[in-house]
Design a protein around this ligand. Structure first.
Ligand code: SAM
Length: 283
């Protein structure tokens, strides 16, 4: 059974009466080169378990199951159940959980199903919740070593952007606090059925084991980052003075203590500078 074959997909849809839901971000992969690459570059191998988000008809699920010890796949759309029964019938190391990834206790699921072994997340993410899903995995400190996901190309550019570049934003800083993001490869819109209006890219986030800040300083860091990027064209003293409840001259002094020019703008600051700022602003 080739799940990238359009005729095969249509047969499965007819058999179960399934039709695409745009609101659930259902663009299924039909380019046969992509899923094996996601699984390989995502670190899927013997001794590793994978959590997949959004199975569709199971095209990536099968590639993960071929390589990993165990796969747990969370899919919101129960209408896919009869299709997945057929497409995953040959794999006894796959379990599909019908649930919303934003609602489920994923840490508990991983603990229960993988029992503390090495785990990774692999997914062709539904576009409508790309950033919330990524931030949920990172912020909840899921016990996984890496997260390899397909997202819209523009989202991938923003997530992987370095400080000082136009694409750098609050999400780039937040992601690089928790992980080391890497752009893996681009995927054009013709690789999906139905074809979306945008191209995509696969990125991998290697999760950091240790984080540099205590939880309350971490919260302050993200408040400062959000405030700074909400007015990214303005010099930092302006948004930070409102956020910290300090006068502009006090903030300018604080910035100087952190080695930051008072004329600097949010996108010019490295994560390390924001971390220094979060620490010093608490003193
Ligand atoms: N992995 C398949 C592929 O590559 O062809 C499907 C990818 S499709 C872009 C996204 C999948 O995520 C869909 O099957 C959709 O139903 C599912 N999905 C959407 N929102 C979800 C949510 N909140 N929780 C779990 N799955 C979700």
């Amino acid at each position: 059974m080739r799940l990238t074959d359009i005729k095969e997909i249509k047969r499965l849809f007819e058999m179960s009466g399934f039709s695409f839901s745009k609101s659930l971000g259902q663009n299924f992969l039909i380019n046969p080169a992509v899923c094996p690459k996601i699984a390989e570059l995502g670190g899927c191998k013997k001794g590793v378990c994978a959590l997949e988000i959004g199975t569709g008809v199971g095209v990536l699920t099968r590639e993960l199951a071929e390589r990993c010890d165990k796969v747990v796949a969370v899919e919101i759309d129960r209408r896919l159940e009869p299709i997945l029964k057929e497409t995953l019938a040959d794999y006894d190391n796959v379990e599909v959980v019908f649930a919303d990834i934003m609602e489920i206790d994923a840490a508990r699921l991983i603990e229960e199903k993988f029992g503390g072994g090495e785990a990774v997340v692999c997914a062709n993410l539904p576009y409508y919740i790309t950033s919330p899903v990524i931030m949920r995995v990172l912020e909840s400190r899921l016990p996984v070593s890496a997260m390899t996901v397909m997202v819209q190309k523009e989202a991938a550019d923003r997530i992987c952007a370095k400080p000082g570049t136009r694409d750098c934003g609050a999400i780039s800083l937040a992601v690089s606090y928790y992980s080391e993001p890497k752009m893996l490869f681009r995927v054009n819109r013709g690789s999906f059925m139905p074809s979306p209006n945008v191209d995509s890219a696969v990125i991998r986030l290697d999760i950091k084991r240790e984080l540099p800040l205590a939880p309350d300083t971490e919260k302050r860091l993200f408040r400062l980052v959000r405030a700074a990027f909400a007015q990214r064209r303005k010099q930092l003293v302006n948004p930070l003075s409102a956020e910290l409840g300090k006068s502009k001259s006090e903030v300018a002094e604080l910035l100087a203590e952190c080695g930051i020019k008072p004329t600097a703008r949010a996108e010019e600051l490295s994560l390390e500078k924001f971390i220094t700022l979060a620490k010093k602003s608490a003193q």
